[in-house]
Design a protein. Structure first.
Length: 267
């Protein structure tokens, strides 16, 4: 609260008390003013600082999302940074989706709570990426050879990948091209949607592999022995890592079927 200033006024009884009101944002503060025996000159003082009220907390945003062809609950939750991920999104919309979270059809209306209205496939903010993992991953810098000179690395040619299904597939395809592993975007995407609906943490705990203690995991549902045998160098040794899972599965499919493009069912 600002201190009381001294004000010039006519001489009056020293016992007389006055009242002065200071307006602050429309509200008035009533202060007692003791009279003085003699008139005095007011000392210069700065204007009191405006009183700023704290802003009320903003309510969480939400939107109604219309399912498009190729969408999954995981991708929608990831795109819009839904707190709790696809499981929370499914819980909030179970009445509309039904008992199987993999079965969502184009045109279905979903209530996305705490969401940002972003373009599908583009994350609203990098905070949605897992801790320690950037939302956009840089690729190795390419070597550029000037005319008559020696090849030099340049940061300007650094390639980046979005941390979503589209980015994972594109990064995997670049690694596969370097390793000579065949496969196309459409072939990989089609098999991912059938096997995991785009959820990199998917796991099958009920089929014959699971009964043997080796459940299928990740985007392309690879069992641990297959992942270990066909793991591609330069990717994490983790079947739940999206790029590692894709490249290992495509390496296996190339060895057994010629290409992931030739896979149209369980493999």
């Amino acid at each position: 609260m600002p201190g009381r200033g001294k004000h010039r006024r006519a001489r009056m009884n020293p016992i007389t008390r006055g009242v002065v009101a200071a307006g602050t944002g429309g509200a008035a503060l009533t202060l007692p003013l003791l009279g003085a025996a003699h008139a005095v000159a007011a000392e210069p003082q700065s204007a009191p600082a405006a009183h700023v009220l704290p802003q009320a907390a903003q309510p969480a945003k939400s939107l109604t999302y219309t399912v498009a062809k190729g969408d999954t609950l995981y991708r929608i939750a990831d795109t819009h940074d839904v707190s709790g991920g696809w499981k929370q999104l499914y819980k909030d919309n179970r009445a509309a989706v039904g008992d199987n979270p993999k079965l969502i059809h184009p045109g279905l209306k979903l209530k996305v709570k705490g969401a940002e209205a972003t373009t599908p496939g583009k994350k609203a903010a990098p905070s949605s990426a897992p801790a320690g993992k950037p939302a956009v991953k840089p690729a190795a810098a390419a070597a550029v050879k000037p005319a008559g000179g020696v090849a030099q690395a340049t940061q300007a040619s650094t390639k980046t990948y979005a941390d979503n299904l589209d980015g994972w597939i594109r990064e995997a395809l670049d690694i596969m091209a370097q390793k000579g592993i065949p496969g196309t975007y459409d072939g990989i995407h089609r098999n991912i949607m059938r096997e995991s609906s785009g959820n990199p943490l998917a796991i099958n705990n009920w089929d014959s592999n699971a009964a043997k203690g080796t459940p299928s995991k990740g985007l392309l549902q690879v069992i641990d022995p297959t992942f270990a045998a066909y793991h591609v160098d330069g990717t994490p040794f983790d079947p739940y890592d999206p790029v590692a899972n894709i490249t290992a599965a495509c390496n296996y499919a190339a060895d057994r079927y010629g290409s992931i493009d030739n896979v149209n069912g369980p493999y």
